[in-house]
Write a protein that binds this ligand. Structure first.
Ligand code: ZN
Length: 765
């Protein structure tokens, strides 16, 4: 342990040691059903002979290319090779394969796809050593648990080139994903060439501007620049073939009846009003959707004709989510469709609309799949459901005997944050770290075997509002996609600890060689704060067996040491709370060999840290915080990730009472609140302070500065009341929430959320 003064900063080097794991490791991910390691290993030289009898042409080409590219091994095909031999099996489970590595390598498989999976596994077992390529003797036997192992990509909000889409597919195929859900159309851009309707791409593929930063930012700013692009039918054929060679099926999505502004910009006559509107540069949900009249239905069926010609997939995704019924309610044509078909309301009209598509696709020998909103108003007989708003839609559909792909936002939305650090790039919101993805199970526990048989599998979704380029896309996708591959493939998923070790030892290095910009969130130590006498303890919980160097810098090193920072254990710091109006800001910078960049936490010591309120209004169970959330030295951050702030949803005042321990002079009271109108979080109307000597008789404190205003650099908004009240022991803070959300704002007329954080009562004896 060393303390150094460096440029006026206190620097502390701290070593954190986590848990140790020792396993005879199977390097393959997703983990195979059976892996038995035997004694010894074989070395592969510069050349390997492969038998030709049972080797599919596509596999032969791919194998030869990968052997050369990744290991510099030349492949020689001979009819009777023993070194690496392939054998097609009959009467084994679908997509079964086995690998036996002894003096020779024997691969047995049931389908071309499983032959491909076997090769992916084999490559994961090979390691380059000085004398050649090493392969441990072992036996592997394997088959997938689920048949739908999907990754999705939204190319509307941001466009990705043909080469980028191919790279996305290539990488997912290494992890035995077999379904690429290609979200080709949305409000902000139509991305597929349709020969019959050329304006879909000449007009609908381009927007004039794009919103900058988060949707909730106020006021909104735009980058005024033409943005867009689309795939020609030739390019799409090329990508479909590319995916096929990797045993990946592409499921195209054509969104309807909502998320259709790009199409309506090209053909305004398909909307209810017929008004000309642009391709929006803003995210969200728009009221203008396809009119349900016959003309729109025919248009979409024409589009589907060309889609079916390009994509051979069994399933065709028609969207079906987030379609406001506002325009349908006001539209004569839509009301006529309701009347003529004896429908109850606009929800049944949506169901009717989806039914028409279902009939059309069924007649063409395909199956319809849509987001779980297609359940509303009655599900079409042949439709499958992709459950995104949780598991409920999927559960309901499976109980009704429909096939289901589980893709709940809680576990499968890879556009959510993956760490709690303030340095994460802006994301839509939510918090879905690697371990949460790993815990995902597409089949609800209480499903009967019959119900479970309707669960096709699962899928992660990559919505790209906040993913502007491919490098960022890989950052959001990996390694979370590998965690998902475990869930979707493994018959018996091993522990998260096991997975993490294999990931770190074998797969992150592989991703590095592929120059994948994966997230290192897995290595971030978590800052945990605990109560302690006269202050707080801060503990950094590391992941795995890794050493962290911790550098602490503070605004006033001399005082900080005096102010009671004590290194308790190797990984725990103790801070005594400061007195009076002093504030010490600390920066904790943690680094090790695994992190490309150090990670940083900010923390503030002040006169209230660790003090629990004597009494407080109970927060909402959704955002309860803990006893010291408002006095833990961590200021709630923007963008909000759902946990730093303590949340309330009530119009009645929020009351916090603190006991200062002794009769004191109170100089100032401060509190922060959050504003995020898109999430219905509004600033309180004001706050008031009352003081007391005995916690019985209270005296209000007059103040003029109880309105919340933007603070600098701390996130949220802060308000402070200057008081200088003498000889009081108890302080009551009364926060008055806003009663209703104003008209014209998201959630208008509802009770807003009030989010509070750090309270500071500056006092002295
Ligand atoms: Zn209409």
């Amino acid at each position: 342990m060393r303390f150094n003064y460096l440029k006026g900063c206190l620097v502390l080097v701290l070593i954190l040691i986590g848990t140790t794991i020792s396993l005879s490791q199977c390097p393959i991910l997703p983990t195979p059903t059976i892996y038995q390691e035997n004694k010894g290993a074989i070395l592969l030289g510069e050349e390997i002979s492969v038998n030709s009898n049972d080797l599919p042409d596509n596999i032969r080409t791919m194998l030869s290319r990968r052997l050369t590219e990744e290991f510099g091994i030349r492949m020689v095909v001979t009819p009777k090779s023993q070194k690496l031999s392939f054998h097609k099996l009959e009467n084994v489970p679908q997509d079964f394969y086995s690998i036996n590595v002894d003096e020779n390598i024997r691969i047995s498989y049931s389908s071309e796809a499983s032959c491909f999976y076997a090769i992916n596994s084999l490559f994961q077992m090979m390691s380059r050593e000085e004398q050649g390529v090493n392969l441990i003797k072992c036996f592997v036997s394997d088959h997938p648990k689920y048949q739908w192992r999907g990754l999705h990509l939204d190319v509307s909000r941001h466009f990705f080139t043909v080469d980028e889409v191919k790279r996305y597919i290539d990488l997912m195929s290494y992890y035995k994903f077999n379904t690429f859900h290609w979200h080709l159309t949305d409000d902000q851009g139509w991305r597929i060439e349709i020969k019959k309707y050329p304006k879909l791409t000449s007009v609908g593929a381009y927007r004039d501007s794009t919103v900058i930063g988060h949707y909730n930012r106020s006021p909104r700013e735009y980058e005024v620049k033409k943005y867009g692009g689309f795939y020609t039918q030739e390019e799409i054929k090329d990508i479909v073939l590319y995916a096929k060679k990797r045993y990946v099926t592409i499921v195209p999505e054509i969104e309807m009846p909502g998320h259709s502004r790009a199409a309506l910009a090209a053909y305004p006559e398909l909307s209810c009003t017929g008004e000309t509107q642009n391709v929006p540069g803003l995210w969200g949900i728009f009221d203008d959707i396809y009119c349900s009249k016959e003309e729109s239905i025919r248009f979409l069926q024409d589009v589907l004709d060309e889609v079916l010609f390009l994509f051979p997939s069994e399933y065709i995704h028609i969207g079906g989510d987030e379609a406001p019924k506002t325009k349908w309610k006001e539209c004569e044509k839509c009301q006529k469709v309701i009347a003529q078909n004896g429908l109850k309301d606009e929800h049944e009209l949506q169901s009717y609309f989806i039914h028409r598509m279902d009939e059309y696709l069924t007649a063409k020998g395909r199956k319809l799949i849509g987001w779980d909103e297609i359940l509303e108003g009655g599900l079409s007989p042949n439709a499958a459901v992709m459950s995104w708003r949780g598991f409920e839609g999927g559960i309901e559909a499976a109980k009704q005997g429909h096939y289901v792909v589980m893709s709940p936002g809680s576990h499968c939305y890879f556009d959510h944050y993956q760490s709690t650090l303030s340095t994460e790039p802006v994301a839509i919101g939510g918090y879905t770290p690697l371990n949460k993805v790993y815990a995902f199970d597409p089949t609800p526990e209480d499903f009967s075997p019959a119900e479970a048989s309707y669960v096709l599998g699962g899928q992660a979704n990559l919505w790209t509002e906040y993913i502007p380029d491919f490098s960022h896309l890989e950052y959001m996708t990996y390694p979370r996609a590998i965690a998902l591959s475990q869930t979707l493939w493994c018959t018996k998923k091993p522990s998260y600890e096991f997975f993490k070790e294999v990931l770190i030892n074998h797969h992150l290095p592989f991703l590095k060689t592929k120059e994948v910009n994966y997230s290192e969130a897995l290595f971030y130590p978590v800052m945990q704060i605990f109560e302690a006498e006269n202050g707080l303890k801060i503990h950094f919980k590391g992941e795995g067996e890794y050493r962290y160097d911790l550098y602490v810098t503070t605004t006033d090193p001399a005082k900080a040491l005096k102010g009671g920072m004590v290194v308790e254990k190797k990984d725990t710091l103790y801070f005594e709370r400061l007195k009076g109006s002093d504030i010490h800001e600390y920066t904790f910078k943690l680094s090790n060999d695994l992190l490309t960049q150090p990670i940083i936490y900010h923390w503030t010591n002040h006169s209230m840290i660790g003090i629990k309120p004597l009494q407080k209004t109970t927060p909402s169970p959704q955002y309860p915080g803990n006893e010291i959330s408002l006095s833990d030295g961590v200021f709630g951050a923007e963008p909000w990730k759902g946990y730093e702030w303590v949340g309330y949803r009530q119009s009645e005042p929020l009351i916090y009472i603190y006991d200062l321990g002794k009769s004191s002079v109170v100089e100032k009271v401060q509190i922060s609140a959050l504003e995020d109108e898109g999430s219905w979080i509004h600033l309180p109307q004001n706050f008031l302070v009352e003081v007391s000597k005995n916690n019985k008789k209270w005296k209000p404190v007059k103040s003029t500065s109880s309105v919340f205003s933007k603070s600098s650099g701390k996130g949220g908004f802060t308000s402070g009341i200057l008081m200088n009240v003498k000889k009081v022991r108890y302080v009551k803070i009364v926060v008055q929430p806003k009663e209703r959300i104003e008209g014209g704002k998201p959630g208008a007329n509802n009770i807003p959320w009030t989010f509070l954080d750090e309270i500071r009562i500056i006092h002295r004896l």
